[in-house]
Design a protein around this ligand. Structure first.
Ligand code: NAD
Length: 237
């Protein structure tokens, strides 16, 4: 039986990963987060800050697989993004090493390769961009680089890169766009209105994380790699 820790497990994506683990009868499921957003007696909560390595080391003890989904909400400044997404991620890598965690799966973002120019049928050969659109994107890239560089035979790592995530219980993405639309606040349009933007359904993002955990062995070609996640047929758990 494996022991799982979902860092950011009180968030939109993290909680779905927790629920998917429970749905397949995993019995050692832990959450690390600065807050507790739901009750479930099958889950052990560790309330702590990813910026504090002692909190992390305590939560990582005996863990096999860590999913790192924590990040500040949208619209914050560079300092807080850097603190959580870069320093916090470096802390987590160090905590994983100290406690002999075997796998670290980082929730990155497709935005690490986006500078505002059109991308059509992009794949993982796309390089990181020199200039990001905002500090969130830049710090997601730095966090991803740190996680992938930490890959070793002792700690296997990979990065999952969803586009914008949508699905039930989201409070940050589409609910905000719909609210703005209802209030008549959509006054500006870029381009001719035909631009396409990728979105990833929550179940597909969760499925990608679990696949990474299940299939990433030292002999697979997954360790050290980043994967875009988009939509085909939604996966029903
Ligand atoms: P969310 O805000 O719902 O969840 C993030 C969780 O991280 C929260 O529960 C929060 O309390 C926790 N957290 C924040 N700072 C922390 C800290 N210092 N220490 C411990 N916990 C902390 O976000 P989400 O939408 O579930 O996103 C999850 C991940 O997916 C993030 O890494 C985000 O960058 C990535 N991502 C999200 C989207 C999207 O559209 N939502 C798209 C691409 C990538």
């Amino acid at each position: 039986m494996k022991k799982y820790l979902v860092v950011g497990g009180s968030g939109f994506l993290g909680r779905y990963i927790v629920e998917a683990l429970l749905a397949r009868s995993e019995r050692d499921v832990h959450v690390f987060d600065i807050r507790k957003s739901f009750e479930d007696e099958r889950v052990t909560f560790h309330i702590g800050d990813i910026c504090n390595i002692d909190d992390l080391v305590e939560a990582c003890r005996g863990v096999d697989t860590v999913f790192h989904t924590a990040s500040p909400t949208h619209g914050m400044g560079y300092d807080i993004y850097y603190k959580v997404n870069v320093t916090g991620t470096e802390n987590l890598i160090e905590a994983c090493k100290r406690t002999q965690v075997k796998q670290l799966i980082y929730t990155s973002s497709s935005s690490v390769v986006f500078n505002g120019s059109d991308i059509v049928n992009g794949d993982e050969t796309l390089p990181y961009v020199d200039k990001h659109l905002d500090p969130y994107n830049k710090t997601k890239e730095l966090g991803e680089r740190a996680v992938l560089a930490a890959n070793s035979t002792l700690l296997l790592t990979c990065a999952i890169r969803p586009a914008g995530i949508f699905g039930p219980r989201d409070v940050q993405g589409w609910p905000q766009y719909l609210k703005a639309a209802k209030e008549g606040k959509n006054k500006f349009m870029f381009g001719d209105g035909k631009n396409l933007c990728d979105w990833t359904y929550i179940d597909n993002v969760v499925h990608a994380h679990l696949l990474a955990a299940d299939k990433m062995t030292v002999h697979s070609d997954i360790p050290g790699q980043a994967y875009f996640i988009t939509n085909d047929d939604p996966v029903i758990f």
